[in-house]
Design a protein around this ligand. Structure first.
Ligand SMILES: NC(=O)c1ccc[n+]([C@@H]2O[C@H](COP(=O)([O-])OP(=O)(O)OC[C@H]3O[C@@H](n4cnc5c(N)ncnc54)[C@H](OP(=O)(O)O)[C@@H]3O)[C@@H](O)[C@H]2O)c1
Length: 274
């Protein structure tokens, strides 16, 4: 991965930090996207020290804010004209409904809409770097997308909001793969498995369940392996529109009508179209 640039969102913790470390070990210039400067700098220093790779960059962005996502894309493009791997990894689980400053439900924005916006804003840079790969870190937890109440104003539930956001990532991936055909840019989803991280710390009752089961989960380093494989391995070169678990392609819950509908709604909500 020498002379390649890999960006990882949510890179100060858990699977994102472990993946960033693995990209750094492979020689890539590794871009950490974090919301908290102190945690981001600590991760940056740790990865530099542990891997010996000094090309570890930190970009600060709060992915619950669409303005912050726009600034991230703009700051990145001012510094770089290439991006070879984009890993959309950051996520939250919220025990109760949180509304962002854009008036949207937070889990939907952090886990899905921000990556829809960031990916679209970086597409020209990815295409200019082809072959390039986009990897969305999703989950095996999926909940139906209720287009009548996408922001969950009429009945919030932590598992439903998380599951909706994770299914949205898969629909986005499938739709984007079709739109990117022939561009040299691929897009896939990865389910990392059950991994010992901070996910669920804010998850209320759901979070308590996750914390009880955590000691039995795999390490973040192990949990990052499939996403690094899908991001870098020659074995999956050209694969696109796929869902991977344990380095193998698995069936994904993709529905073309829902994917089209979600794309149109997301264009409007993210401000990419009026
Ligand atoms: N752990 C599992 O068992 C599991 C299973 C299936 C899928 N996944 C997926 O794996 C991915 C990584 O999660 P993880 O388990 O490694 O959890 P984690 O340790 O909680 O890491 C999540 C990362 O996202 C960041 N983040 C959250 N909100 C943000 C925001 N508004 N702006 C910018 N960054 C934000 C966090 O930053 P802070 O440190 O500042 O909060 C953190 O760096 C997620 O997509 C998750 O859905 C995990």
């Amino acid at each position: 991965m020498n002379n390649k640039i890999c960006m990882v969102t949510g890179a100060n913790s858990g699977i994102g930090k472990a993946a960033a470390g693995q990209f750094a070990r492979l020689g890539a210039t590794t871009v950490l996207v974090c919301r908290n400067e102190k945690k981001g700098k600590a991760a940056q220093e740790e990865i530099k020290t542990q891997t010996g790779n000094q090309s570890i960059e930190l970009f600060l962005a709060d992915l619950s804010s669409l303005e912050s996502v726009r600034m991230l894309a703009s700051d990145y493009k001012q510094k770089h004209d290439k991006l070879h791997v984009l890993v959309n990894n950051a996520a939250v689980v919220e025990g109760s409904r949180v509304v962002t400053k854009d008036g949207l439900e937070e889990v939907f924005v952090v886990n899905y809409l921000s990556q829809f916006l960031l990916t679209n804003l970086l597409l020209d840079t990815l295409k200019a770097s082809a072959p390039a790969r986009i990897v969305n870190v999703t989950s095996s937890v999926h909940a139906e997308i209720n287009f009548e109440d996408l922001q969950m104003e009429r009945g919030y539930n932590a598992i439903k909001s998380y599951g909706q956001s994770k299914l949205a990532q898969i629909l986005f991936m499938g739709e984007l793969a079709e739109r990117l055909a022939g561009s040299g840019v691929t897009v896939n989803c990865v389910h990392p498995g059950a991994v010992r991280t901070h996910l669920g710390d804010e998850g209320g009752i759901v979070g308590i369940g996750i914390r009880i089961a955590r000691p039995f989960y795999m390490s973040p380093e192990k949990g990052a392996e499939t996403l690094v494989y899908v991001s870098t391995s020659p074995e999956v070169e050209g694969a696109t529109g796929k869902y991977f678990y344990k380095k193998k392609e698995r069936p994904a819950p993709f529905n073309k009508d829902d994917a089209n509908h979600l794309w149109d709604v997301s264009m409007k909500l993210s401000g990419l179209s009026s």
